[in-house]
Design a protein around this ligand. Sequence first.
Ligand code: TRP
Ligand code: ZN
Length: 885
Amino acid sequence: MRTEQPKMIYLKDYQVPDYLIDETHLTFELFEDHSLVHAQLVMRRNPLCSGALPVLQLDGQQLELLSVALDGQTLGEGDYQLSDSHLSLQPTASSFVIDTSVRIHPESNTALEGLYKSGSMFCTQCEAEGFRKITYYLDRPDVMSRFTTTLSAEQHRYPVLLSNGNPIASGPEDGGRHWATWEDPFMKPAYLFALVAGDLWCVEDSFTTVSQREVALRIYVEPENIDKCQHAMDSLKKSMKWDEEAYGREYDLDIFMIVAVNDFNMGAMENKGLNIFNSSAVLAKAETATDAAHQRVEAIVAHEYFHNWSGNRVTCRDWFQLSLKEGFTVFRDSQFSADMNSATVKRIEDVAYLRTHQFAEDAGPMAHSVRPEGFIEISNFYTLTVYEKGAEVVRMIQTLVGAEGFRKGSDLYFERHDGQAVTVDDFVKAMEDANGVELSQFKRWYSQAGTPRLAVSEAYDAATRSYRLTFRQSCPATPGQSEKLPFVIPVELGLLDAEGRALALRLEGEAQAGATTRVFSITEAEQTLTFVDLDAQPLPSLLRGFSAPVKLSFPYSRDQLMFLMQHDSDGFNRWEAGQQLAVQVLQELIGQHQRGEALVLDTRLVSALRTVLENPALDPAMVAEMLSLPGEGYLTEISEVADVDAIHAAREFARQQLGEALHDLLWQRYQANREQSRSTAYMAEATHFARRSLQNIALSYLMLSGKPDVLAACLEQFEHADNMTERMTALAVLVNSPFAVEKAAALASFAEHFKDNPLVMDQWFSVQGASASHGTLATVHALMEHPAFTLKNPNKVRALIGAFAGQNPLNFHRIDGSGYRFLADQVIILNALNPQIASRLLGSLTRWGKYDSTRQALMTAELERILASGELSSDVYEVVSKSLA
Ligand code: TRP
Ligand code: ZN
């Protein structure tokens, strides 16, 4: 907890470190009621600095200092200074050795940062600034050191002792204890340090690299989970192979380990050679994990593995550069997932997620650029902007220089900066140098926050057979940034003729026509492209593949959107046309609801989706994506003032009408696919995902009819499915249905069956927390008393409270303010237990600017109440104070 007003830290104040740490030798003695950490740091003056030797300030928090020595001489109390964040002393030579011993309390660490216990095992989480809760250190990513680590613990409770690198020695010790020493040959910053001690089993495999080196692969889990590791292992081997082929990156140690822990603040962590994972990001098998969970495991295993190069071999100079490793690595994992599954479906999912969540963040009080300028608490900047928008920025570079040029740029980046701690500028410079291009204006994507708008208008001139597209870009003000300069916006586009054929694109002044789809850079506030050789007015297909993270507008009619849905050669834009059509229709319904009129659905939406369902040639995954109406979250994001009740009513009405009008087609598709599910063994593979996604969205539409044969089918699927995807969908549609008896029975039997599997129980909490049914808040309160629930486990908090606050607009935003009050109560409790989780939960309250004045007043009052509730962590303080500013 804070003792002083937290301070902002600014990028512009960056200075190189005064001292370096060449070697770090750590010894951990792990006990049940405390642990001892001995650190020997072999240090020297940074050769980049000159002049008198400054005071050495080591970072350290919540450490009980037992002893400190300089060059072997124990220091007395007058020889050093201690504060609650630093240990300071004056070196007398430019090379020296510091020895410290501290006592810490992992057994009572509920913040899950530093060394902590998860169940019966010890583990660590050091990124971003957790290492300072383990020992006194220069805890900053530009200080890189060679680590050796010795762990000692009770043999019986902790048979497995792990750290980064290679095991070099081990042995027994008196008193039923044993020890092991690990040595990491690679220099690394402290945030990549890890250790694990526990009673773990492991699944073992191996991978032969391109240069024929054999790497041992191990996934460590609690014994009861040993049957749920195969999918993660397969994903790891695919990732290793893919990174060799797509980026020329080979693994560098002889051993790669993953450890699954139940209590973890995020998805996973890329510690060198010893990745630590949230068990939800490792464990997956058909009976207990959905298709979405399988795909998440594959993506996160890949993401953390890819960090070995983009993050570890080449790391960040300071935390303002976080997107250097995160944006790039998210981009890499999305390319990998696209290659492993359906590329178009992956792009659709990523874009839908970005537009719903990152656009909202970019329009709220915590908006910041991809490279932030200042922060109070770095943990608050592991955001959608740094991760997903950062990945979009990397993707735009690839679009601008081409796939081959991008590979040349990444090769140069890795070669030039291997073993260094660098900046976003270094990354862009490598791309520039490898391609002979200039990206200085482009770099505004890293420094300017907010989502650019791109308004496009058209004009056809029959006399000159030319067609003009005029682009106007603008970007709203964000906190601390009132004026924005034009971005470089890569717009991929095509033109369709009246038969839906793709036209060759020739710009005025070009000698000949080029391809039918091309990328144009929009660099001015207003810019016109003039296309020639056009006998009639074409229909534009703009921003194909979502070539830039902007809000595009073009005055399409609904008929034009229906035409694009059928004829656009770009699969992403076919889906996008359907979404835009649905948005127009839903916004009309929202208006009708607000005016108290009867709701009337534009039947063009019905015909458009009927055409999709009737086309047997379409990929079932695409059919499922097309059938998915824009979510309530996205409809909120694009509203000036979001009317949660109208949005919910309009969307439910549309779903109900579509379900009725398309009943026979949906029923046919449902039954055919369910029959296939019954007769084929489950596989975590793209064509199976596709089939089940269509089957399940069909079921969710059909259940709105309330027909007894549909209910019977749903219950059959719930009871007899051999996999969690089908079982969970059936449960979710039951929970949101009016069949109270069947719903209660299904929830009870599910809990009885899976009560011993925490990850499955998370899904059970989540489906109830997200239920739009009346009275959900009371259910959530009751579920918090369930024996499987605890506020100390982040997965439980996210599953129940997170689902309620983030995926249940109707109940969270109840006009009586009960949802807001509930969330604020939980944040106040969690602030003391786990500040990172408390701060993340706050997200939904910070978006108060989107709602009517009554809700705004209720939401800001809860933020005020949190602010006044006492000693706040820097995490919660920063989000609350900025949201109220
Ligand atoms: N670097 C990790 C990743 O994105 C995530 C991470 C950052 C993290 N900080 C954390 C995980 C704190 C757990 C806790 O791959
Ligand atoms: Zn990452």
